[in-house]
Design a protein around this ligand. Structure first.
Ligand code: IMP
Ligand code: MG
Length: 191
């Protein structure tokens, strides 16, 4: 008997790692977890753009706690698929976070450098509390000691794209998360 395999959402993917349905199911639970953790306390969400755009937009609609939203931009310090240096904050916040409960949201926790740099910066502004939420956690690649308070999925050390995650700014708009074919991870024409 022939078994039907689902077509890949993009031909450049080796396979899908987290499907659209799994993302949606997990976000529903994560939304409840976050809402219960904060209760009626207002949260100031700080999303790290561009990667966290899709995740943040869907997650916040699952949270019942009152929310203020701001974004922060951190320099992309990656050379192709591997990090090469220290992340720098490029765009700072418009909202005041002093005495606020800050929830920092990013797409993926990899070496941990980005989140630790941003958390250190935000702490200088004296928030009442600061927690982090990531969609993906690549635990095996940690270079600095960092743990996120809320995690969508723990994934293996593979380069992934989709649902906000990019390679050279491409593939962010795929609705699932997939592993990029290894031979496409170093195209010289993309920068
Ligand atoms: P970290 O500073 O090494 O923890 O890296 C965090 C940033 O690296 C994320 O915000 C992503 O932009 C990027 N990144 C890490 N792993 C991947 C991946 O597999 N695909 C796409 N971007 C990634
Ligand atoms: Mg990013």
């Amino acid at each position: 008997m022939l078994t039907k395999t689902k077509p890949l959402p993009h031909p450049d993917l080796e396979r899908v790692l987290v499907s659209k349905t799994s993302i949606s199911r997990r976000l529903k639970k994560l939304g409840v977890e976050i809402s219960e953790s904060y209760g009626s306390q207002e949260i100031t969400v700080v999303a790290i753009i561009n990667g966290a755009i899709f995740f943040t937009a869907d997650l916040l609609r699952r949270i019942s706690t009152p929310i203020r939203l701001d974004c922060i931009r951190v320099s992309s310090y990656r050379n192709q698929t591997r990090p090469t240096g220290t992340p720098r904050i490029l765009d700072t916040l418009l909202l005041d976070v002093e005495e606020r409960h800050v929830l920092l949201v990013d797409d993926i926790l990899d070496t941990g450098k980005t989140l630790s740099v941003v958390v250190d910066e935000l702490k200088k502004r004296k928030p009442a509390s600061i927690k982090t939420c990531v969609l993906l956690d690549k635990k095996a690649r940690r270079e600095v000691d960092f743990q996120s308070d809320f995690v969508g999925f723990t994934i293996p050390d593979r380069f992934v794209v989709g649902y906000g995650l990019d390679f050279a700014e491409r593939y962010r708009n795929l609705s699932s998360i997939g592993i990029l074919k290894p031979d496409l991870q170093n195209p010289p024409e993309w920068s």
